[in-house]
Design a protein around this ligand. Structure first.
Ligand SMILES: Cc1cc2nc3c(=O)[nH]c(=O)nc-3n(C[C@H](O)[C@H](O)[C@H](O)COP(=O)(O)O)c2cc1C
Length: 215
């Protein structure tokens, strides 16, 4: 199958609540993960931590942590998008060296980033969690659209207990790991209708929030 183009994937995608038991070919899953980590992140720190949950035991535990929503058990693969809140304060050498090697960054940029990234991370204070989750959600959005493009379906999920999901992935004792999103992926077992979107005037503005955008 030819991958769908981005506009088609965006418009065709629906949040699927029932999946077939059909497995995802490992090569296809790998391609999906490659497209997922191609997402941008603040300073390119790639602070998402993506856990591929597919064993029956882990799916059962994850399903229980997600208020027993059936998608988790039905989907052959679930991606847990976690975020490392302190990623910017860790050893960034591999990321900086890669940027040098690809030629994207020069020595000056790398020298600046060595100090600027940890400084920025510390200065974020209470906002560090929000920033890490932002990056993880951007990666999850890449996964959602890449999956659609590759013939798979997904359902972004907020319905879970963070402590329980952390325990399932083995991060229960790590205060620096936050859960951003759970994404079941598989083949749709149902048609789903588009619940629709409000007209632009409702939530798109021009220049200022009090000036509704006119189509
Ligand atoms: C961040 C986020 C969290 C969501 N959480 C759940 C969830 O826990 N369970 C569920 O069945 N659907 C969940 N959804 C799916 C929404 O209900 C769905 O996106 C919305 O109704 C629009 O439908 P569509 O995705 O088909 O356009 C979530 C969607 C988003 C973006």
């Amino acid at each position: 199958m030819m991958p769908l183009d981005v506009p088609t994937a965006i418009l065709q995608r629906r949040s699927i609540k029932n999946f077939k038991p059909d497995p995802i070919d490992p090569a296809l899953l790998r391609q999906l993960l490659e497209l997922t980590v191609a997402a941008p992140s603040s300073f390119n720190i790639q602070d998402w931590r993506i856990i591929v949950v597919q064993s029956p035991e882990q799916k059962a535990a994850l399903g229980a942590a997600c208020f027993n929503q059936p998608q988790i058990l039905q989907a052959p693969v679930n991606l847990v998008f976690a975020a490392d809140i302190k990623a910017g304060e860790r050893d960034l050498t591999p990321i900086l060296e890669q940027g040098l090697q690809t030629g994207a960054w020069n020595e000056g940029t790398v020298g600046y980033f060595k100090k600027a990234i940890p400084d920025f991370s510390v200065a974020l204070g209470d906002k560090a969690r929000e920033y890490a989750i932002k990056d993880a959600i951007i990666a999850a959005t890449h996964a959602m659209l890449a999956a659609e493009s590759l013939g798979l379906s997904t359902c972004m999920m907020n319905g879970w207990s963070e402590d329980k999901v952390k325990a399932v992935i083995g991060a229960e004792n790590d205060p620096d790991i936050a859960i951003a999103l759970v994404l079941p992926i598989g083949y749709a077992a149902e048609p789903r209708k588009n619940p629709g979107r409000m007209p632009f005037e409702f939530n798109v503005s021009l220049d200022r929030i009090d000036r509704p955008y006119q189509r």
